[in-house]
Design a protein around this ligand. Structure first.
Ligand SMILES: C[S@@+](CC[C@H](N)C(=O)[O-])C[C@H]1O[C@@H](n2cnc3c(N)ncnc32)[C@H](O)[C@@H]1O
Length: 519
């Protein structure tokens, strides 16, 4: 019997809940075995990522209709309720009757035949709750849906009805001054994350995303089921945008409701696809010509190797994949290797290298001449560094497997990169489960590890050499906090430059700092 997209989605959600892996890996695994059409594959991804991302909102919508304690409903039945509520609330291309009926029919598939009537009853009530009205104002009767372009944009042209579905339009706009190489900052001038200069949702004001091309839209409910956004902005942000309450508390206090609204829309949409053109093989322009030959549109970013795709593409089907003409890498990640200022012939330490995105970029910047010692504690992920080097034609990279609490390899290096493990709060759109798996008590351990790794790497750098510290977090404690604490403790180290990538301007959130060792 053939398997359906909704059945695959229900299976992946079950495995994801059991922490069998990250959703993206689980989807890859399942789809490699299932025979589904390209359209169904995309539907699986949309369902799984959407349900995980929006489970906070979905639970708020479902709660009024479930008069049982949370644990009285089987986990797989919760998955079905969320799957159904997600389609009803966030997918306008799925008719409501199909969203209810097709989801109810999954009950026997997940071993919950007896729950069919219950799922049917709850989803029918949800379908009555969700109206077909959209508004640009938040409210206790309005869930954050997605955004719509306010001006004609090349990224949205010709998208038709599907562009209305929440999470179908990549929220990426290449705005000026959006954190490119030219925006390197003086340490005292880290760009604010407060959305200054942008109009934002705050009562009647529209929410602009990216650099002012989009407006947040909300889907109206038949009655209020969410906290009031004025009386309880934190509760509203957590429920309407689907974030854990502790993170909502942190961000509302730090950024305020308007910037949180912008971040919420950004993190709830699928992340856009960026590539780094391999400068060893081709210039960005010549690669763009190759793409144009296949009528594939791509926009250059502010990093000289970056290209953004406004439409979805299967990476392996892009021209030059096997020949190593590009690597998939977010724009903000490209800024990190460039910040180290490496030159041909250098000896470089990459202390946290796997899966190799920045290692390979460093060697491209070194014109494939020199030596990189690429370290990591994960053997399997370290193997990916080697595989990526092979595909991109990168030479001179030696991988070293470290012990978790061990030392870095001996010797002195011209420069070092420390791209530390972090909370990932800058990439919550790319990793939908992170917002639920991350717990506030993890920061202490992370900051201790980050500090230790930066000190170890700095000790390995020659006098006069540079060390770049980077994260994909937007939490100041993991960024400026670690860097300043290390500089206070190591007097030979001075902060030379730092940069915060603001989520959505134009890509993932993150941070880098370049420190210089005294001569
Ligand atoms: C943010 S990822 C690195 C991404 C990589 N630089 C890239 O661009 O592809 C952080 C890495 O640090 C590794 N890691 C965690 N603890 C470590 C430790 N104590 N020493 C070295 N690496 C560690 C993780 O296994 C993970 O691969």
């Amino acid at each position: 019997m053939t398997i359906t997209a909704r059945q695959v989605a229900a299976d992946v959600l079950n495995r994801s809940r059991s922490r069998d892996g990250f959703a993206a890996e689980l989807i890859d695994d399942v789809l490699s075995k299932a025979s589904l059409t390209a359209q169904d594959r995309r539907f699986v991804t949309q369902l799984v990522f959407g349900v995980i991302r929006r489970s906070g909102t979905l639970d708020a919508i479902l709660k009024p209709f479930i008069h049982l304690p949370f644990h009285a409903v089987q986990p797989r039945v919760w998955d079905l309720l969320r799957l159904g509520a997600f389609q009803l609330t966030f997918l306008t291309h799925v008719p409501k009757h199909a969203a209810v009926n097709e989801t109810v029919e999954l009950a026997p598939y997940v071993g919950a035949l007896k729950a069919k009537g219950f799922v049917n009853g709850v989803l029918r009530r949800v379908s009555e709750l969700v109206t077909d009205d959209f508004t640009d104002k938040p409210g206790a009767d309005a869930v954050a849906f997605g955004w719509e372009p306010t001006f004609p944009s090349p990224f949205f042209s010709g998208r038709g009805e599907q562009a209305r579905d929440a999470g179908l339009s990549p929220p990426s706009f290449l705005g000026k001054g959006a954190g490119g190489l030219g925006s390197e900052n003086n340490p005292s001038q880290t760009p604010p994350l407060n959305g200054e200069g942008l109009k934002t949702v705050d009562g009647s004001r529209p929410c602009f995303l990216g650099e002012g091309l989009g407006r947040g839209s909300y889907r109206r409910l038949a009655r209020p089921v969410l906290p009031d956004p004025v009386a309880d902005p934190t509760g509203y942000f957590a429920a309407a945008f689907s974030f854990p309450q502790w993170l909502a508390n942190r961000w509302i206090e730090r950024y305020g409701p308007a910037e949180c609204t912008r971040l919420g829309f950004w993190f709830n949409a699928p992340p856009p696809l960026w590539i780094r053109v391999n400068k060893l093989n081709a210039s960005r322009e010549s690669y763009r010509v190759q793409l144009a030959g296949q009528t594939i549109e791509a926009e250059p970013g502010t990093h000289p190797q970056s290209l953004l795709f406004p439409e979805h593409h299967a990476i392996r089907d892009l021209p030059g994949f096997a020949a190593g003409d590009f690597a998939v890498q977010d724009h903000s990640s490209m800024l990190v290797a460039s910040a180290l200022g490496v030159k041909s012939g250098m000896r470089v330490l990459d202390a946290c290298a796997a899966p190799g995105g920045k290692t390979t970029h460093l060697m491209e910047l070194m014109d494939n001449r020199g030596h990189i010692t690429a370290c990591d504690i994960e053997a399997k992920r370290l193997q990916t560094v080697t595989t990526l080097c092979q595909r991109l034609g990168i030479q001179g990279v030696e991988t070293v497997l470290l012990k978790e609490d061990g030392e870095l390899p001996p010797g002195l290096f011209d420069a070092a990169l420390v791209d530390v493990p972090c909370s990932n709060t800058g990439v919550l759109g790319r990793r939908p489960e992170v917002r639920w798996r991350l717990k506030p008590n993890e920061f202490e351990h992370l900051i201790r590890l980050q500090t230790r790794l930066l000190i170890l790497a700095a000790e390995r750098v020659k006098p006069g050499g540079a060390v770049v510290y980077s994260t994909c977090s937007i939490e100041p404690d993991e960024n400026e906090g670690v860097v300043r604490a290390v500089c206070r403790g190591m007097r030979s180290l001075a902060l030379e430059a730092e940069h915060t990538s603001v989520p959505g301007r134009p890509s993932d959130g993150g941070y880098w700092a370049r420190l210089r060792k005294a001569k």
